[in-house]
Design a protein around this ligand. Sequence first.
Ligand code: FES
Length: 183
Amino acid sequence: MSDTVKTDENIDGDKRDFIFIATGAVAAAGAASIAWPLVAQMGKAADTLAAGSIEIDLSKIAVGQQLKTLWRGKPVFVRHRTEKEIAEAESVDVSALRDPQTDEERLVPNAEGNLERAFLVMVGVCTHFGCVPVGEAGDFDGWYCPCHGSHYDTSGRIRKGPAPTNMVIPPYTFVSDTVIKVG
Ligand code: FES
């Protein structure tokens, strides 16, 4: 696995709130104007990374910011949602959704059994034909897939467009109050 950090230019153009970190890497690259918070991979050994798990420190992601990293070759989004985004996600009439899921069902409890409602973790791949959606876009303040026009809400649920299902929540657990392990 290369330790080279890639920018997300080829995925999201000028989105400034995205961080794209190759597995095992901590450095940052990209336009000088972009502020790149560092997200430690917690010193994972290469064999652990190859096995397909990564650790992410949520405390490094500011409110309203989204981390994008790689897990098993797929982009993973970790968004620190604003109060407004959480409220929007929770106020949806689930029965009207194409792929009915409450916001709670898309979250994982921490070690104390409480939901960290501010953090949404999902595989950042459109469920239509696999493009990578753009954040803070679309008709529902969540993500928008420019390939064929799918709109996802602030819980990553499909709301409009051709995608058949919500963006996928990867398996993850809290290994401390602020660190999750994906995979
Ligand atoms: S791949 Fe996203 S809408 Fe088609």
